[in-house]
Design a protein around this ligand. Structure first.
Ligand SMILES: Cc1cc2nc3c(=O)[nH]c(=O)nc-3n(C[C@H](O)[C@H](O)[C@H](O)COP(=O)(O)OP(=O)(O)OC[C@H]3O[C@@H](n4cnc5c(N)ncnc54)[C@H](O)[C@@H]3O)c2cc1C
Length: 212
């Protein structure tokens, strides 16, 4: 589970901003927090999907997952009517993070940001709504193993007794935590597994350690 590197034009400008999004990679979608970084995207939703990264070339974010496409368009038109003389640079304040709103407009080539909101054309609004619901980022790889939070793979679980964590084949050999082929989603499951299995393995390996 590791951060995903993307083309950096957009993400670099949004470095440090977190938002909740539906993230889609191939046929898989995960809802969760996304963090923009100078090299790409991070956060729990990205970590989960990173383990399923194969040869996909794009990852997409729906940054207003709570609203369907039509509702997003409606919200934008209502804003335009209510604030016709609002400069575009402030148009999304209260709807999206200000910097995200500005990056979105630039990405959709709705510029300059000093324009008044009322000047947006139907086509421009359509481009913005489509991007809000499906903002594609070109994948350029992942961060390295050294940055990973959890590693998939490891010693075969069937070869260890789950009650003692001792190898079924090598007496006196115990395993716990990530060295075994067990990994969980973000949310404390990996730490819990490491502590629980470590407690059992340590108690069993220690002298008379069976007071569980
Ligand atoms: C940045 C980061 C954030 C994470 N966040 C979360 C999270 O929010 N929730 C969650 O559930 N999990 C999280 N994890 C994963 C979780 O920390 C690990 O799954 C868990 O710590 C694994 O425990 P472990 O005891 O198996 O291995 P480790 O914690 O890696 O412990 C292995 C120990 O063995 C030592 N060691 C290695 N080789 C030798 C050697 N030859 N001789 C002696 N000692 C050696 C290492 O120095 C290390 O101290 C995160 C991991 C990282 C890196």
């Amino acid at each position: 589970m590791v951060q995903i590197k993307t083309e950096t034009t957009v993400v670099r400008k949004l470095k440090g901003i977190k938002l909740n999004a539906n993230v889609t990679l191939g046929t898989e979608t995960e809802y969760g927090e996304v963090l923009f970084t100078e090299y790409g995207i991070s956060g729990p939703a990205i970590f989960s999907l990173s383990s399923r990264l194969d040869n996909q070339t794009e990852i997409s974010l729906d940054i207003m997952p709570e609203y369907p496409y039509d509702k997003v368009c409606e919200m934008i038109y209502i804003r335009m009517c209510q604030n016709p003389n609002l400069p575009l640079e402030n148009f999304f304040v209260g709807m999206l993070n200000k910097r995200v709103g500005q990056a979105l407009l630039k990405y959709c080539k709705v510029e300059p940001l000093s324009r008044y909101s009322v000047t947006m054309s139907e086509k421009e609004v359509e481009r913005i709504c489509k991007t809000i619901k499906c903002w594609n980022f070109k994948i350029e790889g992942t961060m390295s193993w050294n940055n990973a939070q959890v590693t998939k793979g490891g010693a075969v679980t069937d070869e260890f007794n789950p009650n003692t964590m001792e190898s079924k084949y090598e007496k006196g050999l115990y395993a716990a935590g990530e060295v075994l082929d067990i990994d969980g989603d973000c949310g404390g499951y990996n730490l819990q597994w490491a502590w629980s299995s470590g407690y059992i393995a340590g108690s069993e390996a220690g002298e008379g350690g069976d007071d569980l």
